[in-house]
Design a protein around this ligand. Sequence first.
Ligand code: ADP
Ligand code: MG
Length: 238
Amino acid sequence: MAILETRDLNKWFGGLHVTGGVDFTLQPGEIHCLIGPNGAGKSTFFRLILGEYLPTSGRIFYDGHDITRAKSFARIRRGISVKFQVPGIFKALSVRQNLQIALQHHLAGHSLGEEIDRLLEFLKLKDTEKQLAGDLSHGQKQWLEIGMAIALKPKLLLLDEPTAGMTPDETFATGEMVQALNRNGVTVLAVEHDMAFVRQIAQSVTVLHFGKIFAQGTIDDIIADEGVAAIYLGEVHA
Ligand code: ADP
Ligand code: MG
């Protein structure tokens, strides 16, 4: 059974058809990348899955449940988590305190401290735990944000441009984090522009264009697709 399925999902903003009849299926255990030119509707698709926007029509199923109209908190409770493009960390608090906030309603005392230590290690942030989050490098902020998103051990992790602004080394390390999470059973759907990163992590790729699924396949299928090349070329000339 699919972990996530959308059926004929549509979202209109006024006269703008931003999600155009999307039938999308994600299998459990998959790492799937969503690509497409700017304005293709990738972030909107994420917000529909998370319940931050309600669709104009169509349905969304998660783990066997119809979540089309479910509130965001109910979706999160069922195991969906997201890291958006803009970091939502608490800049005036330390790295450790940020992770504590993400965990403290669920763990206490010794196990809370241990889990924070485990996360700091995983995120390569152990040496920075006492620093203010606002003083981290751009890449480290993104990792802390990933930490906040995975603190509650989601089943489905949505990542919106997780490597934007990262150095190639940070990008590669992020790919290794995503793969490690996936080995531990997390299904991943990532919006990404960096094709090296997509190649590193994606088992399959979906191309969105004007809110519709334009192509699907392996990364090799996608980069060999002349139609896909044309829509990206269109972006460069726009
Ligand atoms: P992407 O993430 O692929 O760059 P978005 O989903 O952010 O694309 O945006 C797709 C289109 O929807 C854009 O034309 C954008 O301006 C429009 N859009 C997104 N959110 C809103 C909104 N809340 N109100 C009106 N238009 C929106
Ligand atoms: Mg976007």
